[in-house]
Design a protein around this ligand. Sequence first.
Ligand SMILES: *Cc1c(COP(=O)(O)O)cnc(C)c1O
Length: 466
Amino acid sequence: MSAAPPPRLPSVDALLRDAALAPLLAQYGRSSTTAAVRHVLDGLRPQLRAGTLQAEQVQADTLATRVQQTLQRTCGARLQPVFNLTGTVLHTNLGRALLPQEVVDSVAQAMTSPMNLEYDLQDGGRGDRDDLVNDLICQLTGAEAATIVNNNAAAVLLTLSTLAVGREVVVSRGELVEIGGAFRIPDIMGQAGCRLVEVGTTNRTHARDYGHAISEQTALLMKVHTSNYAIQGFTHSVPDAQVAALAHQAQLPMVVDLGSGTLIDMQAWGLPHEVTVAQTIASGADVVTFSGDKLLGGPQAGIIVGRKDLIARIKRHPLKRALRVGKLTLAALEATLRLYQHPETLAQRLTTLRLFTRAASAMQAQAQTLAPILQAALGADWSVTPSPMSSQIGSGALPVDSLPSYGLVLRPNSKTASVAQLQERLRQLPRPVIGRAQDGALWLDLRCLEEAEQAAFTAPWAIQKQ
Ligand SMILES: *Cc1c(COP(=O)(O)O)cnc(C)c1O
């Protein structure tokens, strides 16, 4: 009498016929599901051979769970929503500005309907896509003309390529910034084919430094917003108006890379002071470049404003065609700028401004509500404490200013509780939660968790409690 053959794993076909896999087949289709089933079965074989797993222990429903995990990993979206509880509102790695729903609606329409992107509805002739936002931007900045490119790095590159190729650009040593993601002013100069002439020292630059640097070779004088750092102490820099006057005496243009570039006086909303695009134009700058998705609160874009003749030259440069924006960006930018036409409602409607101006009392109340929920889910290894904290604007805007905020501090109580492990656990939630590690604790700043999202935030915690 021979022994019965050892039990074997179910076949791929048998599994695909199993009721447990039916919903996966419906959702992901036959070929992806088949591949995932093979992958899961292949993963079990070494354990079976080693004898650490018996085939009869393998149930169809546990296999189905593994197949589902595999399918989620291979077919699920990589780009997914997270909770930004870092305290940095305009977080470059988390996508910077959030668009208001009414802006999203405009984008959706541009995605699903033909639009007059480059079509003049007056005479039926060919239009210019920049004209869709040109007047609006000029109204809001006092500039004569505007053109839009993919981001502010592109705006600087295009401006320098047009106005300074083969010639010299004078910049203060205190303003040779490097922005995250390897945007460095000296490198951009090289790419644009112009020569950087550094003047002054790291901490002090005077008007005479600019004066001495001007020669036959000079194309323009440039000022760069020191977005992500501040030089403090024994410092001196030359105001925009004075640099502009020096440039104009020598019949040269003055260009300002404003970086973030706000369209409003932020102090009117109780926020730290930041020079506006309009003030920069009014101080005599001939061309100003800034981002669409920083303080402006719109889509990723680079906005170039300034003198009509210079903007016209910039628009004719062949790089403009390569760097131009698509209709989705223009739809989002126009809809965002329209909100600025109604400043009284801006702080409710423009998401970034609403987040910047959230009342600390609202965040405090939220912290009180959320603390017991998180405490119950995390157990005795952690103490969850509502606490005042400070948020940053981010994205190279106002690096030294902070906004008084409120949130939760998650502090380990035991040797086995680790902040890094908790961060990892939070990243694995259905909607990952990103906080910031500081002083041996995990800080969750609630500024960017608006009331409308609170239920979505608490849902997985309530489940973990059981
Ligand atoms: C952010 C920034 C840039 C780059 O802008 P992007 O829109 O990110 O390309 C360039 N210059 C300054 C001063 C900045 O702050």
